[in-house]
Design a protein around this ligand. Structure first.
Ligand code: ASP
Length: 355
């Protein structure tokens, strides 16, 4: 265990021993925050993708890398919040680490599309203002989450795609890389296996299955954070789905589907079969159930993921947090890499069901 990871767990332990084991949702807790500036509830929740990973098909080495990177991301995001930084900065700090980690399907380590290249998507949203930024189909921007943030902060637009997005990234002086920077051997093998499976499947009669893409390990990353000012933010970054058609854009950069944040309800980041997440407007769907129906976060997120999506055969999950710091992380796939840390909750990193 690296020194940095030990530090994260020590911090969590210290917080846990501090006496709080559950996230308070009393308005009084928030007022206290404003007055002393030190004890406002704050925290973040992260996913590293939903998919069909089980203990049997994820190597111990890969699992350890995922847990180490999640721990690092949690620590980086939490530090921003703990020091009084904004939820937007915490989301970006955590996603930056996961984009650079080869084990996740975002940034370095992103999946290959059907023609053997990478097209990356990302988005970020500010729950205080409903400002949002997104980038889709980029292949030379090292950290697409920074591009999404720049679109939000420095352009009059919400989403830029392809060449125009790359040109804007250069204007913003964001780090550029050659597309092979994103390559990893693991993802290349995944592409080869997928293309081979598709070839075999095309020789057989169709089964009429509703989900035309199987739920292999996905690996997208996403974060929702709540800062000391009570502001929520959410962000998501991905390489999309293995062997996707060139030009395909998934849910991750689509505000309302892959990412949504509104202080009046909650923040959500999605992972799973993007076409379904777009059709069911998953992230906004969850927030709207809270805002207009008065559902709790747990009910809203659980109903969308475990009922609405299950009924149509869609695989995936979300991480979500409301303005009181309550969290939900339902998933209907066999695994979802997920982590949480807050003022009152020590760091937790989970991958499989029933962990
Ligand atoms: N939702 C992403 C997409 O469809 C994939 C994932 O979450 O892993 O592009």
């Amino acid at each position: 265990m690296s020194g940095r990871i030990v530090a994260v767990f020590s911090l969590g332990l210290a917080l846990a021993l501090g006496g709080c084991s559950s996230v308070p949702d009393e308005p009084a807790a928030k007022m206290m925050n404003a007055s002393n500036g030190t004890s406002a509830p704050h925290g973040l929740i992260i996913h590293g993708g939903a998919g069909s990973g089980s203990r049997a098909n994820i190597s111990a080495e890969r699992e350890a890398s995922m847990r180490a990177s999640m721990s690092e991301a949690l620590s980086a995001g939490y530090r921003v919040l703990d020091e009084g930084g904004t939820s937007l900065d915490a989301v970006a700090a955590a996603i930056l680490i996961l984009e650079d980690a080869p084990v996740f399907n975002a940034g370095h380590g992103a999946v290959f599309n059907a023609v053997g290249s990478h097209e990356l998507d990302a988005s970020i949203m500010d729950g205080a203002t409903l400002n949002a930024g997104a980038a889709a189909g980029v292949s030379t921007v090292r950290n697409p989450i920074l591009l999404a943030r720049a679109v939000m902060d420095h352009s009059p637009h919400v989403m830029l795609s392809g060449d125009g997005a790359e040109e804007f990234a250069r204007e913003q002086k964001l780090e550029a890389v050659t597309p092979d920077y994103f390559d990893t051997e693991h993802r290349r093998k995944q592409l080869e296996q997928r293309l081979e499976r598709d070839r075999r499947a095309s020789d057989k009669p169709s089964t009429g299955s509703k989900s035309k893409v199987s739920s292999d390990y996905f690996g997208t990353v996403g974060v929702v954070a709540l800062d000391r000012e009570g502001n929520l933010a959410a962000g998501t970054s991905t390489g999309g789905m293995t062997a996707k058609r060139y030009g395909r854009i998934g849910d991750s950069p689509v505000v309302g589907a892959g990412t949504y944040a509104n202080n009046a309800s909650c923040g959500v980041s999605s992972t799973g079969h993007g076409e379904f997440f777009i059709r069911h407007v998953v992230a906004y769907n969850i927030c709207a159930r809270m805002q207009y129906r008065g559902d709790s976060l747990e009910t809203a997120a659980g109903d969308v993921i475990m009922k609405e999506l299950v009924e149509v055969g869609a695989s995936g999950g979300v991480v979500a947090m409301d303005a009181q710091g309550n969290i939900a992380w339902p998933f209907n796939s066999s695994s979802m890499v997920r982590a949480h840390q807050s003022r009152d909750q020590a760091p937790r990193i989970l991958i499989f069901k029933n962990e």
